[in-house]
Design a protein around this ligand. Structure first.
Ligand SMILES: [Zn+2]
Length: 278
């Protein structure tokens, strides 16, 4: 019976905006289907700017995240751990254990432990370390232990060392691009200020608010094109010509979460592209 309810989705990103970049399509798809969604930025985002002081930036980014969440009816929060200094400590792990137990998600999403950003790696490791302990009552006894593990999956990245992503789940997400882009646009301090500054293209960002959203859409389309090229082989295995695909998200199932049935995968990754039988 419980599986007829809309699923509960809990997304851990290292920074406010990671959820949109790495899993925005899936998050929007679930929101449109009535899922309960919570997004946690494990760090406070204090380091993501070139002129706004860190303490001020924390408040700005908390508001940007909340606004992005409101667009899809999701709770989007930022935690207090410092951006750029996250490690997979016991404190971080226990905070994740408490959060997962309290929200009781069907699906947990997080970065892989292999990633360019140390904060992303730390979130991936801490979530991985939390998995088994979720059902151990003497760990964090102030929050009742789960009786059953959630399904856990890593969000999309293109890194190959030490291990490339296993493309267990492939979604075509062109239909969600506009809303995921609108969520991302709420993080104005990042997508219109810090990231273009960091990439040396700050002078390319339009002044006009609507034009900015279009400019950001172009940024996302470039990112998706890289993904489509990177994951061309798994797309072909699913009978899809990569040349016809605009946006994809790929997910890797964690061996440390519950192993899902095909029916659960259909519920948690609606519209997933199934591999063709050979
Ligand atoms: Zn990040």
């Amino acid at each position: 019976m419980a599986d007829r309810q809309p699923p509960r989705i809990l997304v851990f990103g290292a920074h406010p905006d990671d959820a949109e970049v790495y899993s925005g399509g899936l998050v929007v798809r679930h929101a449109e289907r009535g899922a309960a969604i919570k997004i946690v930025s494990v760090t406070d985002g204090r380091s993501g700017h070139y002129c706004i002081e860190p303490d001020a930036l924390v408040g700005i980014r908390r508001q940007e995240a909340a606004a992005a969440g409101r667009l899809i009816g999701a709770d989007y929060v930022t935690w207090h751990f410092h951006d750029g200094a996250l490690q997979p400590t016991l404190e971080v792990r226990n905070a994740i254990i408490r959060e997962i137990r309290a929200f009781a998600p069907d699906l947990v999403l997080a970065h892989r432990p292999y990633d360019y950003h140390p904060d992303h790696r730390a979130v991936g490791m801490a979530v991985q370390d939390a998995c088994y302990l979720l059902t151990v009552p003497h760990i964090c006894p102030e929050v009742p232990a789960l009786r059953r593990d959630p399904i856990v999956a890593s969000t999309c990245d293109l890194f190959t060392r030490p291990l490339p992503m296993q493309p267990d789940i492939v979604l075509e997400t062109s239909g969600e691009l506009e809303r995921a882009n609108a969520m991302a646009a709420c993080h104005a301090s990042q997508f219109f200020e810090w990231l273009p500054y960091h990439d040396g293209v700050l002078d390319e960002v339009p002044e006009d608010a609507l034009e900015r959203v279009g400019w950001l859409r172009g940024w996302f389309l470039q990112l998706h094109a890289q993904r489509v090229a990177h994951f061309a082989a798994p797309l072909r295995q699913r009978g899809i010509d990569p040349a016809r695909i605009k946006c994809i998200e790929v997910f890797e199932l964690s061996e440390y979460g519950r192993r899902p049935t095909p029916e659960e995968l259909d519920r948690l990754f609606p519209g997933r592209l199934a591999a063709e039988a050979n």
